[in-house]
Design a protein around this ligand. Structure first.
Ligand code: SF4
Length: 351
């Protein structure tokens, strides 16, 4: 039996029942693929359900406000994906009459769609014979063929893509691609794969040579930087507070947060005082720390260590408000899309 026939047979027995697998409509397939990038299925599924309920058609997503899209996306991370998703929905809805392109080549022209996503949509929705290569496929093929070139470098990736297209069943690309990804997710897992029950065991080079734990090879590239965030939760006697929208390019672009002092070293009390005096000219009656222990949030390239300070004042005056800031009542905080670190703090300490 061919590689493809074996994994398809395995898939028919073991696949998870997931809503985006029951359709050929490119819109929900595209939504699910964007959501599941760097996200586990269990975490992405509730977001997928919320999005398809709020925006059952691409035109609905296109017509939504960015704030609403970001709010629904809150917690899923990598917010540039949500912004690109929204931009692409507008383009498909307004310029392409609501119809997604039907080939990998054309799909690659859409914002936020790279090689993997274009191959996934082209094969799942339109049955184009193109192989998908994601983290799961990298792992399965590295092990099966015993490839020890780094999968996150060009030489390794070129070889994996070549092998992925070589094993693809051109008559059955949708089923084959779904099968190999699911096989990587459930059977040929990163740790403790089920080799003893594996249909590919006999021809799997890594298994035969005892190298399963050594593959795939990945080169560590990014050095994790530590950043300290000191958030100021101003509150006056009528429960008014300040929030600000994150401007400039970055993973939290356009999300809201409390005014913040960011630094590469833990700020001293004196530094906090100085920041308040220089940038927030108001009569401050007291400052107290709201979280007993620093809140640590890990991103792929950064470790964020956050503290939140309640800054009490009689009245927040208009002249103290900066351009990207808004005066809001604290009880309305939940209406704004915020980074998950801030959302967790609000849930634990403010509600
Ligand atoms: S034998 Fe083990 S390493 Fe090889 S494909 Fe099967 S699960 Fe993966």
């Amino acid at each position: 039996m061919s590689f493809s026939a074996q994994i398809i047979a395995w898939y028919k027995l073991h696949k998870r029942d997931l809503p985006w697998r029951k359709t050929k409509d490119p819109y929900p397939i595209w939504l699910s693929e964007i959501m599941l990038q760097q996200t586990r299925v269990a975490q992405g599924l509730p977001y997928y359900l919320a999005f398809t309920e709020a925006f059952p058609k691409v035109e609905k997503l296109a017509a939504a406000s960015e704030e609403k899209v970001l709010k629904l996306w809150q917690g899923l991370g990598y917010y540039s994906r949500a912004r690109n998703l929204h931009a692409t929905a507008k383009y498909v809805s307004n310029d392409l009459n609501g119809k997604f392109p039907t080939t990998k080549k054309e799909l690659l022209g859409l914002k936020g769609i790279g090689d993997y996503t274009a191959s996934a949509i082209a094969s799942f929705a339109f049955n184009e014979a193109v192989a998908v290569v994601d983290g799961n496929v990298n792992r399965v093929l590295s092990r099966y063929f015993g490839i020890d070139l780094p999968v996150n470098e060009k030489t390794g990736q070129t070889l994996i893509k070549e092998k992925a297209n070589q094993v693809l069943d051109p008559k059955n690309p949708a089923l084959h691609n779904q099968a190999i990804m699911e096989f990587g997710a459930l059977q040929c897992k990163p740790k403790n794969p089920y080799c003893h029950l594996c249909p590919l065991q006999k021809d799997c080079v890594a298994f035969q040579q005892g190298k399963v734990d050594l593959l795939p090879v990945k080169i560590k590239k990014t050095k994790v930087q530590t950043r300290y965030l000191a958030y100021f939760i101003f509150q006056d006697e009528s429960q008014q507070s300040l929030i600000q929208q994150r401007i400039g390019k970055g993973i939290w672009e356009n999300l809201y947060e409390f005014p913040v002092l960011e630094s590469t070293q833990k700020p001293s009390q004196q530094k906090l005082q100085q920041e308040l005096e220089t940038n927030y000219k108001m009569n401050i009656s007291s400052i107290e720390k709201a979280n007993p222990k620093p809140i640590v949030h890990l991103l792929s390239h950064r470790k964020l260590i956050a503290d939140f300070y309640l800054v009490n004042t009689q009245e927040i005056q208009q002249k103290a408000i900066q351009k990207n800031q808004k005066l809001i009542n604290l009880k309305d905080l939940e209406k704004f899309p915020v980074p998950v670190l801030v959302a967790n703090f609000i849930k634990s300490y403010l509600l």
